[in-house]
Design a binder for this molecule. Structure first.
Ligand code: NAP
Length: 498
């Protein structure tokens, strides 16, 4: 069954993810122009929990990326020509198929990404929610008629699909980061080329399989797998791509956005965060600990809206830190495909090294470890809580992207706001207080795109998601999420008044 191809191992059509109802959802070919496209050169997909191979996908490049753009360009007129209702019906079927195969999608996701199965199930529902939401919005892409500036003029503003969309998405939410883009793009009549992370292509291809079954026409949704750089060059450079949407790190996003300017593409960026999590003396401590667990430790601390810097007021500091350490110290770590666990592995060895480096830097400057601090074998890392972390510690300057809660003490509200805003990132912020006036003051003062007040969970398809400062531009989800895929066109008509 295994055949050395010289460029990898041929494991095509072999599902290494146990317990699937539909093994054919694990694809080993990319999806371009409605056809499943293979290649001799393969990329192996690992389960980060144990290093086992769970699939393999084609290692495609620039030529196939251009084919995908051609397919999208050719498919777009027909798709755009449908009514919004008809496009919405296809998106709704796609969403329903995701829910019908939720357990398989969750297992595939856990198999290649490592998050606990319960979290993967949650992401499937969240991801399907974007398709459902935008299925409904497809019928409401209305223009405007303006009061004219002269008696013989008539002004109409049309909202037109922006054109072929190229998307690059990360590994941390292998489905939701895709549907959050595909939902609005397809709803308004755009066709799309997607390059998922090479670490999690199986979820993206399973989604493409369900798109095919839902009746998304050939070429409207294309998924290309392969090395990021050559594919990225086409997606950012090809003049036929009119919109580039990226979710990932700030460094890569900046570089790709700059390239898009040569052909003046519309660009949306969902980049890294460095969220403050501020707990005031008057907070409900249990709610604050619940919020910290949800916001910091979900997905092993690998979410862009993860709390990254904990600022806790002196009066509640010791109780909060002890309660958080006790809670996460009891986490069960393990592979989501073999049982129920609270925390999975990190994505790769570089991620583990970063957590270690942030702990070492803080401890060297006087921080104390309340719980964790050590590797738990392989890519697993103990959930860790540090106190007495200095404001200028590495962990407060960079996104850790791992299970590390680093707590810095503060005295006054203005001090907390100053420290919270002292970053180039501006994605999310969290505030725990029972004082309503203070929550309003902080909601206004914090420099970010989203504020969680007394909650650590802020994401839903019905609200705008996105950042300010170097965390990105544009919004995803909600009715605002359509705007990034629409151009305004003015029609100014001079009419005969007789
Ligand atoms: P990343 O390294 O920037 O990768 C993101 C995507 O970009 C992947 O598909 C990657 O492909 C691709 N890529 C990397 N280098 C490229 C290049 N030279 N040309 C074209 N594409 C390239 O980020 P990551 O480590 O996967 O994801 C974590 C980051 O995403 C964190 O900073 C997190 O905060 C951010 N994020 C932000 C949001 C948000 O909504 N704001 C949501 C989720 C994650 P390969 O993986 O195949 O190399």
């Amino acid at each position: 069954m295994f055949q050395d191809m010289g460029v990898g191992v041929n494991v095509r059509n072999v599902s290494r993810i146990p317990g699937l109802q539909r093994a054919d959802l694990v694809r080993s070919e990319a999806f371009i122009g409605g056809a499943w496209v293979g290649a001799e050169s393969r990329i192996l997909v690992d389960n980060p929990a144990d290093g086992s191979v769970v699939g393999d996908v084609p290692n495609l490049g620039a030529a196939e990326a251009m084919d995908a753009v051609t397919a999208a360009r050719d498919a777009m007129p027909g798709w755009q020509g449908l009514t919004g209702k008809a496009r919405g019906e296809v998106l709704r079927r796609w969403s329903q198929l995701m829910l019908a195969h939720a357990e398989d999608l969750a297992r595939i996701m856990t198999g290649e990404q490592g998050k606990p199965l319960t979290e993967a199930r949650g992401e499937v529902a969240y991801a399907a929610g974007f398709l459902e939401w935008f299925a409904e919005e497809a019928r409401r892409v209305n223009g405007h008629v303006l009061t004219p500036h002269a008696a013989d003029k008539r002004l109409t503003v049309l909202r037109r699909p922006v054109g072929v969309v190229a998307a690059i998405t990360p590994w941390n939410f292998p489905l939701a980061m895709i549907t959050r883009k595909a939902g609005p793009a397809l709803a308004v009549g755009c066709a799309m080329v997607l390059k998922p992370s090479e670490l999690t292509p199986l979820s993206a291809l399973a989604l493409a399989k369900l798109a095919e079954e839902a009746g998304v026409p050939p070429g409207v949704f294309n998924v290309i797998t392969g090395e990021a750089a050559p594919i990225g060059e086409v997606l950012t450079g090809d003049p036929r791509v009119r919109k580039f949407t990226f979710t990932g790190s700030t460094a890569v996003g900046k570089m790709l956005a700059a390239r898009c300017m040569a052909t003046v593409k519309r660009v949306s960026l969902e980049l890294g965060g460095n969220a403050p999590f501020i707990v005031f003396d008057d907070a409900d401590i249990e709610a604050a600990v619940d919020g910290a667990v949800a916001s910091k430790f979900r997905n092993t601390g690998q979410t862009c809206v993860c709390a990254n810097r904990f600022f806790v007021q002196t009066g509640i500091h010791d109780r909060f830190a002890a309660a958080l350490a006790e809670r996460v110290g009891g986490f069960r770590l393990g592979s989501g495909l073999t049982g129920e666990f609270d925390q999975g592995p990190l994505i790769d060895a570089r991620a583990v090294a970063k957590v270690r480096a942030h702990i070492a830097d803080a401890v060297e400057a006087g921080a104390r470890i309340l719980t964790g601090g050590q590797s738990a074998g392989g890519l697993f890392f103990e959930p860790t809580v540090l106190v007495d972390v200095k404001p200028d510690a590495l962990v407060n300057r960079e996104e850790t992207f791992g299970p590390l809660a680093a707590i810095t003490r503060f005295e006054t509200e203005s001090e907390a706001v100053r420290m919270a805003n002292d970053t180039s990132a501006g994605l999310a912020a969290y505030v725990f207080t029972k004082d309503m006036s203070r929550s309003v003051r902080l909601s206004e003062a914090l420099e970010c795109g989203m504020v969680g007040l007394n909650t650590g969970l802020i994401s839903t398809e019905i609200a705008p998601f996105g950042g300010i400062k170097e965390s990105g531009m544009g919004r995803e989800g909600s009715r605002y999420g359509l705007e990034d895929y629409l151009d305004l066109k003015l029609v100014c008509a001079e009419i005969d008044l007789e």
